[in-house]
Every structure is written in structure tokens, then in C-alpha cells.
Design a binder for this molecule. Structure first.
Ligand code: GDP
Length: 297
């Protein structure tokens, strides 16, 4: 059941409230302490937790402790509502350019799951919209990346534009875009290079690709397992590239997904999809309410 973790914690706080009519400020302190621990355990960044707690405090103080209603449940539904709100409220659709092709650029650190996500998204677009995408292999630094994208393309019967690993990625993208225009493709998915950590050279290259491709979407792919690091990564990529959305991968792992909350709060950018496995079908639309349940555990 959702919220078991927090429910249990709050239950013990509320035991001490029997006989009281309203939750006092002191009680709220105890309650927020439990919420704080739950969020930190889910790997939400501390400044984000603090801000969140401030919002909750105001709403929790007035809650009535009645016999009929379960006050712990009431507080949890407030927490759930606020979390869902921060996570974006509802789902956030993939943007589409008014004229073809819609260009989508995938960015992120090495190993986050960019290439895999490119394949998953291409498959989804092809199957759900009958789209004709072209994928461009612009990750020339990780030698296996070009091959990986080519293999995905073959599996999905989706063309991949590539020039091996010795050409300049900006030129590759430029020629790939020309091909897409000539063939009137409706989507172009650009798989860019990552690094193990952010460096200026990478960012400059991505900025150059952005400048020539003018993408409708710049999707940052982050690994949920990296927790708080993911939030920092998202902040930097957003500052440099003004990303349009976030993809959180590896949610099939045992992480509670607190990274999602931190990223959303720090960048303000919508989370669009989640990766839930290595297979091409393991892609889900991001639903804030589901993520809220998961974070609270
Ligand atoms: P890139 O360097 O960002 O292009 O990363 P890759 O797409 O090569 O992915 C790195 C590794 O993560 C590969 O082994 C993928 O199979 C794996 N991977 C990608 N997305 C997911 C996911 O949602 N769940 C799991 N469990 N593994 C994933």
C-alpha cells in the first residue's frame, strides 16, 4: 500500500494527540520531523525538503483531530497533494513542432540511459503516431554508442544517420538534419555525447548542436539511482542549455525516486517520461501522483 512508511511514522505521533481537538504548533513540529525523515530517506535534496516542510507546516496546523477521521491520513493527503503539485500536477506531453520535423535532442551524463531512451521514444512515436523518425548518432566519444543506436534502429526498423566516430558531432548533426529534411521525416532524435561528469567541452559542444538544430525539445536523461547527484546535474544542464524536459531512468531499481522531486523543484522543468527497465517497451509517461506515492513509500 502507498504511504505505508509515512503512515506508520505518523501513527505513532498521533497516538500522543488523543484527546486533543486540534493539532498544535508543537505537534506539527513532530509531524514535520517524520515527513522530513521520510523525504530524506527517499533521497530528496535537503533544501527541497526544507522548503516543502515550510509549506506543509502551514497547512497542517489547522487540521482537526477528530475521532471519526484519521488525522494521520489527513496529514498524508495534504503531503500527497503538495508533493503532486510540485511534481507538476498532471502529465506533461511531448512538444511538437508546427512544421516537420520535430527535433528532439537527448542530453545527459554517460550511462544515464540516453541511447536506450532514444530507441524507446522512437518506437513509441512510430507505434502510437505512425511517425517516421530519423535517429542521429552524435555520441562519437563512447565508441559503442553509435553501434548501439544502429542496432536499436535495425531492431525497430527506424533509420539511423551516422558517420562513425571520427567526425565532428556538430557536422554530423547538420548533415543528418539535411537528410531528414530531404526525406521529409516528421521526427529527428539526436543522441548526443555524455561524459562521466560535466565539463566545459561537453557543454560547448551541446550548445553548438542546439544552435544549429534549434530543437523543439531538449530532454535531459538522468539516472534515478544517482539520487542527489541527479539534481545537481539537472541544475547545470538547465543553466547551460535551458532544457525543456526531464526523463528519469532506472526507476525499476530500488530507489524511491526522490531525485524526481529535487529535479522538478530545482529546475522547474517538467518530467515527461520514466524508464523502468532495459527493454524497449520499458517506457512510461510520468504521472506526478504515482511518483508522490513512491517517494513517501
Ligand atoms: P547512455 O550512455 O546515456 O547512452 O546510456 P545507455 O542508453 O547506454 O544506458 C546505460 C545502461 O543503462 C545500459 O546498460 C542500459 O541498458 C541501462 N538502462 C537504460 N535505461 C534503463 C532503465 O530504465 N532501467 C534499467 N534497469 N536500465 C536502464
Amino acid at each position: 500500500m502507498a504511504f505505508e512508511n509515512l503512515t506508520e511514522r505518523l501513527q505513532s505521533v498521533f497516538k500522543n494527540l488523543r484527546g486533543k481537538k486540534k493539532i498544535s504548533e508543537n505537534d506539527v513540529l513532530e509531524i514535520t520531523k517524520e515527513i522530513r525523515v521520510a523525504l530524506l530517506e527517499a533521497d530528496v535534496a535537503l533544501p527541497v525538503v526544507k522548503k516543502f516542510i515550510r509549506n506543509i507546516r502551514e497547512r497542517a496546523i489547522g487540521v482537526e483531530v477528530s475521532e471519526a477521521l484519521n488525522p494521520a491520513q489527513q496529514v498524508i493527503s495534504i503531503v500527497n497533494e503538495e508533493l503532486t503539485k510540485i511534481l507538476g500536477g498532471g502529465e506533461s506531453e511531448l512538444l511538437k513542432s508546427p512544421k516537420i520535423p520535430t527535433i528532439i535532442m537527448m542530453v545527459g551524463l554517460q550511462g544515464a540511459g540516453k541511447t536506450t531512451f532514444a530507441g524507446k521514444l522512437a518506437k513509441k512515436l512510430k507505434e502510437e503516431q505512425n511517425a517516421r523518425p530519423l535517429m542521429i548518432a552524435a555520441d562519437v566519444y563512447r565508441p559503442a554508442a553509435v553501434e548501439q543506436l544502429k542496432t536499436l534502429g535495425m531492431q525497430l526498423d527506424i533509420p539511423v544517420y551516422e558517420e562513425g566516430t571520427s567526425e565532428n558531432p556538430v557536422n554530423i548533426v547538420s548533415r543528418g538534419l539535411k537528410k531528414a529534411a530531404d526525406e521529409r521525416k516528421d521526427y529527428v532524435l539526436i543522441d548526443t555525447a555524455g561524459r562521466l561528469e560535466i565539463d566545459d567541452k561537453l557543454m560547448n559542444e551541446l550548445q553548438e548542436i542546439k544552435a544549429i538544430a534549434a530543437p523543439t525539445e531538449i530532454l535531459l536523461v538522468v539516472d534515478a539511482m544517482t539520487g542527489q547527484v541527479a539534481a545537481q546535474v539537472a541544475k547545470t544542464f538547465d543553466e547551460k542549455l535551458d532544457i525543456t524536459g526531464v526523463i528519469i531512468t532506472k526507476l525499476d531499481g530500488d530507489t524511491r525516486g526522490g531525485a524526481a522531486l529535487s529535479i522538478r523543484e530545482i529546475t522547474g522543468k517538467p518530467i515527461k517520461f520514466t524508464g523502468t527497465g532495459e527493454k524497449l517497451t520499458d517506457l512510461e509517461v510520468f504521472y506526478p501522483e504515482r511518483m508522490s506515492s513512491r517517494i513517501l513509500g
